[in-house]
Design a protein around this ligand. Structure first.
Ligand SMILES: C[S@@+](CC[C@H](N)C(=O)[O-])C[C@H]1O[C@@H](n2cnc3c(N)ncnc32)[C@H](O)[C@@H]1O
Length: 298
């Protein structure tokens, strides 16, 4: 399998990190690249052909953590891993032309140019382009299912209409859009991949939700307040790196829905979140994937 690993951060720190990643030189671009939207930031892209990435990511994470600790500033690098042989059906393929229900509460209508206006609070018009988040992947479906269950829960239902939600790694924007359709007051989606940011913004518009959902390019550094609900469907290695900051960004009564890990990794992830002072309230599994509903308040 071929993976693309992107590391982003302030340009001077990225320059230094680049020099320390010599071991990956055959797999990196000739130099770090500027972020076209923010010239203060840069990125390193590594292409890796391996069956499993665990060793590579552990090695990378070790070098990045050392660089973060050494930096005089509050530098935190962002890391993104993309499976180039994407595990979702390409949009426009036969598998993504007819409406479907990732959960009974939501219908996805794949967008077509001839599509006339929409939309009700059960239907999402979606044009994910290359972004992850068609609604077909089990991890996305698990997140939607946990959210739908939480929204139905009487003790939570009343709070929902005043709640603000963060979708960390929003991809196509599907989770933020679904959450607003199911009653959340406002949502912010953050995403480090510029193509996905574009797709998510477009999907927010297609669903007439630009008053309620904002999409920003970035990761935690683009989040400036605490949220009542955080949804994060992230590759395990990324979750292990950035998920540790989740408690900072949750309100005192906040809840999080996390996925992106397999059933075999669920125990490790449970321990990871519990060590951060979070409590696992519920676990759902689907096709060997898992997701948790987590609360901050023990
Ligand atoms: C598995 S996809 C989930 C997309 C969508 N939320 C869903 O559930 O279908 C994970 C997304 O997180 C993004 N991502 C990866 N690392 C990130 C980071 N450090 N900060 C923000 N987004 C990140 C990826 O680009 C990708 O779009």
């Amino acid at each position: 399998m071929q993976f693309e690993i992107t590391i982003e951060g302030p340009l001077p720190d990225i320059d230094l990190l680049y020099n320390e990643l010599k071991i990956f030189s055959a797999k990196m671009g000739k130099s770090p690249v500027w972020d076209m939207e923010n010239r203060q930031r840069g990125k390193i892209i590594i292409t890796e052909k391996e069956k499993y990435l665990d060793d590579t990511l552990q090695h990378l994470s070790h070098i990045m953590t050392k660089a973060e600790n050494r930096s005089a500033s509050e530098t935190k690098f962002d890391i993104r891993v993309r499976n180039l042989a994407c595990s979702e059906p390409p949009t426009g393929s036969d598998q993504f032309i007819t409406p479907f229900n990732p959960v009974p509460e939501i219908t996805i209508r794949p967008w077509t140019p001839s599509m006339a206006g929409l939309s009700d609070n059960k239907t999402i018009v979606l044009d994910p382009k290359d972004a992850f988040g068609t609604g077909k992947h089990p991890t996305t479906r698990l997140c939607l299912k946990l959210f739908a269950q939480m929204a139905k829960d009487r003790s939570y239902h009343q709070r929902l209409s005043n709640s603000r939600l963060l979708d960390l790694g929003c991809g196509s924007g599907i989770l933020a859009i679904a959450a607003v359709k199911m009653g959340v007051q406002r949502a912010l989606g953050v995403e480090i991949d510029p193509h996905s940011v574009k797709a998510a913004k477009q999907n927010v518009l297609l669903n007439g939700l630009s008053q309620k959902i904002e999409i920003r390019k970035g990761s935690w550094e683009a989040v400036h307040e605490r949220y009542d609900v955080i949804m994060a469907n992230l590759v395990t290695s990324v979750m292990l790196m950035i998920g540790k900051r989740m408690p900072e960004y949750l309100t005192d009564q906040g809840m999080a829905i996390v996925s992106g890990f397999g059933e075999t990794q669920a125990e490790e992830m449970k321990i990871f979140f519990e060590k951060k002072g979070l409590k696992i309230r519920r676990q759902l599994n689907l096709k060997k994937w898992s997701a948790f509903l987590i609360s901050k308040n023990l």
